[in-house]
Design a protein around this ligand. Structure first.
Ligand code: PLP
Length: 389
């Protein structure tokens, strides 16, 4: 990594770091936005004598700016950007060896489950899916070969909350690493490394990018040997983001805090409306006092995020009808951008978990509450729900 790769402007607030970390004016031109460095290779004065960059898979100035910024947001010494969230997860999982065992949440994102089960399983990585809210279950699942606990909080799509500090204490007492997928919370709402996690991963495709126009991933840690391993895999396996993708992600990160404040405010109002609607049998939003993880969420999160899930009283038929009939909420996969999205996890994002312990209730609808005018969002949802009540 280039020397100034991870400069933490200690002492600055979150928003200041989002706008300035890794983004000093260009020394040559004074440009206040980091240039998109499209070059794949960099001139060397003599063999091995260069200015920190040799070949763009190994290191790229725009990527370095993004990595420095996101590491600063997570309070991490090291940050590594990837071509997708799953590429970041894959690089972290490569730190394990055949025969190792990983404990995963029984409501992990379907793609994470598929990666661990169907890609890494045949290569010798064992896993057990348990409820990470139940530390006795984690204890039961523990094996002598357990090397990692994979946490996702809030989880996708059940919005369950895991006590990061409690899981980290348990895992560290047994010499295992704790990885937290912080995609739903973002570093603005929750900073897992400060709560005891060893590695934090993101799908930056979601809130950090924030505009549904770039796929990306990120991993951060304060553990230097671990960072060196992940960095090795980033280069050796090559799941790196292109410079334009890094630029777009960095542009999104600058407004993360203000967007998250509005996402959270709109999601709270949507969750409250859903909780009072007869078409809905259960609302899953960690900001509601009725949510089983509410107290832990209050302890470890600044606010409760922009994702809301709800179980329809009319089961799958009602869920399919609601997702089909909203107008402002667009029926689509993904989440975390400015526009509101609605989807049916059992048939869409979590179809890969069908038939597994992670299978999703077919009556569940997942909402990514955007930052449009709140009244428009409430009216849109109410009319779709009224039709199935
Ligand atoms: C919680 C979570 N983690 C990881 C991923 C994977 O990220 P990507 O789609 O950028 O590979 C997703 C994607 O939806 C996700 O929701």
């Amino acid at each position: 990594m280039p020397e100034d790769h991870v400069k933490d402007p200690a002492g600055y607030g979150f928003e200041t770091r989002a706008i300035h970390a890794g983004q000093a004016p260009d020394p040559q031109t004074g440009a206040v936005v980091p240039p998109v460095s499209l070059a794949t290779t960099f001139a060397q004065e003599a063999v091995g004598k260069h200015r920190g960059y040799e070949y763009s898979r190994s290191g790229n100035p725009t990527r370095a700016a993004l990595e420095t910024c996101l590491a600063a947001l997570e309070g991490a010494a090291h940050g590594l950007a990837f071509s997708s969230g799953l590429a970041a997860e894959d690089a972290v999982l490569r730190c394990l060896s055949p025969g190792d065992h990983v404990i995963i949440p029984n409501d992990a994102y379907g793609g994470t489950f598929r990666l661990i089960n169907a890609v890494w399983g045949p290569l010798g990585l064992a896993h057990t899916a348990v409820s990470l809210q139940d530390l006795a279950a984690v204890d039961d699942a523990w094996r002598p070969q357990t090397r990692m606990v994979w946490v996702e909080t809030p989880s996708n799509p059940m919005l369950s909350i895991v006590d990061i500090g409690a899981v980290a204490s348990l895992a560290h007492a047994r010499g295992a690493l704790v990885v937290v997928d912080n995609t739903f919370a973002t570093p603005y709402l929750q900073q897992p490394l400060s709560l005891g996690a060893d590695v934090v991963v993101h799908s930056t495709t979601k809130y950090i990018g924030g505009h549904s126009d770039v796929v990306g991933g990120f991993a951060a840690t304060n553990d230097t040997p671990l960072a060196e391993r992940i960095s090795y895999f980033q280069n050796a396996a090559g799941g790196v983001p292109g410079p334009m993708d890094c630029y777009l992600t960095l542009r999104g990160a600058k407004t993360l805090a203000v967007r998250m404040d509005r996402h959270c405010a709109n999601a709270t109002a949507v969750a409250e409306m859903l909780a009072g609607h007869p078409a809905v049998s259960r609302v899953l939003y960690p900001g509601l006092a009725s949510h089983p993880g509410h107290d832990v969420a209050v302890k470890q999160m600044r606010k409760f995020g922009g994702m809301v899930s709800a179980v329809m009283s009319g089961g799958e038929a009602a869920a399919l009808e609601v997702v089909r009939s909203t107008r402002v909420f667009t029926l689509a996969e993904s989440l975390g951008a400015v526009e509101s999205l609605i989807e049916h996890p059992a048939r869409m994002t979590h179809a890969s978990a069908a038939g597994s312990p992670l299978e999703v209730d077919p009556g569940l609808v997942r909402l990514s509450v955007g930052i449009e005018t709140l009244e428009d969002l409430l009216a849109d949802l109410s009319s779709a729900l009224d039709a199935v009540a």
